[in-house]
Design a protein around this ligand. Structure first.
Ligand code: BGC
Length: 451
């Protein structure tokens, strides 16, 4: 009982890194409305304020593999909680455009490292059977963080207090630091460092005593086979199909336009005809609630319906909603009805995203890579996710200016349609399949779909 409680406590504490990921990326949606005025920002500068956090995250994700190998998973999470605190303080106190950019990059670095190391820490601590649910807990924390940011935005919107919006991020960062301080290091990392006794001690906090010896022995065996992160092996011919799948899923997650909705929802709602800032932010809270609810649905459904059903049906829903929103904006001078169509379209869109590309990306990426290349391949896929996020978020406002909202959403719809066809043919069903079987399947060079 006690070991289970510690396991859930440890996973929940580590998932606060996911919550900060969601909070610190989502908070900009409301803050931007006021920062734009205060610092007199045009579309490109506003895009930069939103995107610089993503630039930091991309760099952080790319460095994560080495950092987490060097310092340990627990230590690195402790470091990033300090970085989160510094970044939140600095952005809430920023005096101009440049200081704001720099402090948002600092927060971004912490987000990028956290997006890699928190799920890694959870997965290395979790028993095989519970790994799927516990990894998806991290995505749930991301969506809760986004919702929290929307609620904070809403609370401070009437006062226009964007500094307070950023400052609140300090609270979860402190919780992360304090909680992490009392948690064990990843037993797997300790074994890699040759600290076997400490590994046993760490594992005994999250397992029954009778399970510890055997599990540590099996970690020792697997570590002897696969010493450290292997970048070269990540590109070996037998790994390429899954590497491509991981990278493309990351790319597709972002070009579905998710973060144009997450970061710019109030701006979109205003363009659709909801005139007051407060109403737009309130509608955005609705988007956040849908995101959380349908992520919870995905945790329930993923082991019952399987990954493919959720992924493919959700992507189909995304394509339809994007088409509807594009149409609503195409019909110029939105009448009241079309305003509501946009709202409904965005709500259904976010629901479909939550249980498909949202939850399934992070789960599949943690499942499909063979152990010996997991660090490197996951690093590449996660960095791709941030790079695509950066590209889409940065270009969104300039694109809507140049092409209009309708064509911009149409482009997302077309790319997601192509992605849907790709996923239909190449995404394997990993439900109930052991990670070892996935690895054997790949080594036998069988097509992914036949898993
Ligand atoms: C994505 C984020 C996105 C979030 C929305 C995550 O899976 O990686 O970019 O903001 O889902 O819930």
């Amino acid at each position: 009982m006690k070991s289970k409680t510690t396991l859930y406590f440890a996973s929940s504490i580590a998932a606060i890194a996911g919550l900060l990921f969601g909070f610190d990326t989502g908070i900009i949606s409301g803050a931007l409305l006021f920062i734009r005025h205060q610092f007199d920002l045009d579309a490109v500068a506003s895009g930069a304020v939103v995107s610089c956090v993503l630039l930091g995250a991309m760099i952080g994700a790319a460095l994560s593999g080495r950092l987490t190998d060097l310092l340990g998973r627990r230590a690195i999470v402790l470091v990033i909680s300090a970085v989160f605190i510094v970044g939140a303080l600095a952005s809430s106190l920023s005096t101009g455009f440049i200081t704001l950019l720099v402090s948002r990059v600092i927060i971004g670095l912490a987000i990028g490292v956290g997006s890699y190391s928190a799920p890694l820490y959870i997965s290395e601590l979790a028993p095989v059977k519970q790994r799927g649910a516990l990894v998806t807990l991290n995505q749930l924390a991301i969506t809760v963080g986004i919702l929290m940011s929307y609620l904070i935005n809403y609370c401070f919107a009437s006062a226009g207090n964007w500094r307070a919006m950023f400052a609140i991020g300090i609270i979860p960062a402190i919780l992360l630091a304090v909680g992490m301080f009392f948690l064990p290091e990843s037993p797997r990392w300790l074994v890699v460092r040759g600290r076997i006794d400490e590994a046993k001690k760490a594992l005994s906090r999250v397992r029954e005593i009778s399970e510890v010896e055997e599990e540590v022995a099996s970690i020792v065996r697997s570590v002897q086979d696969h010493q450290s992160i292997s970048w070269k092996k990540a590109f070996a011919p037998w790994v390429r199909p899954v590497l491509l799948l991981g990278v493309l899923l990351s790319f597709l997650q972002q070009v579905s336009g998710i973060n144009t909705v997450i970061y710019y929802a109030p701006v979109i709602f205003k363009m659709a005809g909801f005139h007051s800032n407060t109403t737009s932010i309130l509608a955005t809270v609705g988007v956040g609630v849908m995101n959380v609810l349908f992520t919870i649905f995905s945790i329930w459904a993923v082991d019952r319906l399987g990954r493919r059903k959720l992924l493919l049906s959700g992507m189909l829903g995304i394509v339809i909603c994007l088409g509807v929103i594009a149409y609503a904006f195409h019909a110029k001078n939105l009448s009241v009805d079309l305003k509501w169509i946009t709202l409904a379209g965005l709500f259904v869109y976010i629901a479909c995203f939550a249980f498909s590309l949202g939850a399934m990306l992070w789960l599949l990426v943690s499942e499909i890579f063979p152990l010996e290349v997991r660090g490197a391949a996951m690093g590449i896929a996660v960095a791709m996710c941030w790079l695509s996020n950066l590209a889409v978020s940065f270009s969104f406002l300039p694109m809507t200016k140049a092409l209009g909202m309708s064509d911009t959403f149409m482009i997302f719809a077309v790319i997601t349609t192509i992605g849907l066809v790709y996923c239909y043919f190449y995404t394997p069903e990993t439900r109930g399949v052991s990670l070892e079987s996935i690895e054997e399947h790949l080594k036998a060079r069988k097509p992914l779909r036949e898993l």
